[in-house]
Design a protein around this ligand. Structure first.
Ligand code: HEM
Length: 201
């Protein structure tokens, strides 16, 4: 039996380390430690790796509730917020990379991108929707908002759909990778629908 104490003192710190690893590896590559390299276009690699890990951690956060149902144990719920906030951190860095390294703070170009390039429009919309979720993820906000908190945090489903769509739409040729993310998301949302139907019955 995984005790609360074990989760708090061992598993959650371990989860934080695991979530930080891709970022640490990117920094080691950037610093060219031990021959690691990011290749000819480092800013593009950084942008894409941050985007992909942001999406993976978001799907990881959405997998915790089904895991709770499947295991019958409460411990997965203690990782939902952790994974959600790490996803937000990666996607904030993804946006900052695009803003500073990709577009060199060129506001007119960025505004044109957001207005005219659909995959950036929905990526931006997804990121904007994550901000209130990250801010209100604390126990204090949960108490303050009460039932409205649950309604607000259902936005995470919209963010995940927009994130997968953003990835699918930006890929020029081989859509297999984004389709895997879409399939995982469909599974996680489908499981919830099935569970809701079961409860209703
Ligand atoms: C804040 C607004 C965002 C902007 C401006 C943005 C911009 C971009 C750009 C320019 C690319 C690379 C496109 C290319 O390869 O040509 C990209 C890739 C990506 N973005 Fe975003 N994005 C944003 C938000 C998001 C969000 C919210 C998610 C996930 C929920 C996300 C996930 C991804 C993924 C998975 C990739 C593909 C990485 C790869 O090719 O391996 N992005 N994004």
């Amino acid at each position: 039996m995984t005790s609360q104490r074990q989760v708090r003192l061992f598993w959650r710190p371990l989860a934080h380390v695991a979530c930080a690893l891709p970022l640490v590896y990117l920094i080691l590559q950037l610093a060219e430690v031990a021959g690691l390299r990011l290749g000819p276009n480092p800013q593009l690699v950084i942008r894409d790796v941050l985007g992909e890990w942001g999406l993976r951690l978001l799907l990881g956060s959405l997998a915790m509730t089904p895991l709770r149902w499947l295991t019958g144990k409460p411990w997965p719920l203690q990782f939902r917020r952790l994974l959600g906030l790490w996803s937000f951190a990666y996607l904030a860095l993804h946006f900052v990379t695009y803003f500073f390294l990709d577009r060199s703070l060129d506001l007119p170009v960025i505004i044109e991108d957001i207005a005219k390039r659909p995959y950036i429009t929905i990526g931006f919309a997804a990121f904007l929707l994550m901000i209130p979720l990250a801010i209100t993820s604390t126990a204090g906000w949960r108490r303050q908002l009460g039932a409205r908190w649950l309604t607000l945090h259902k936005l995470v489903y919209v963010v995940a759909v927009l994130g997968c769509w953003h990835f699918y739409w930006l890929v020029k040729k081989d859509v297999r990778e984004p389709l895997v993310y879409c399939a995982v998301l469909a599974l996680l949302l489908g499981f919830r629908l099935w569970k809701a139907r079961q409860r209703a019955r």
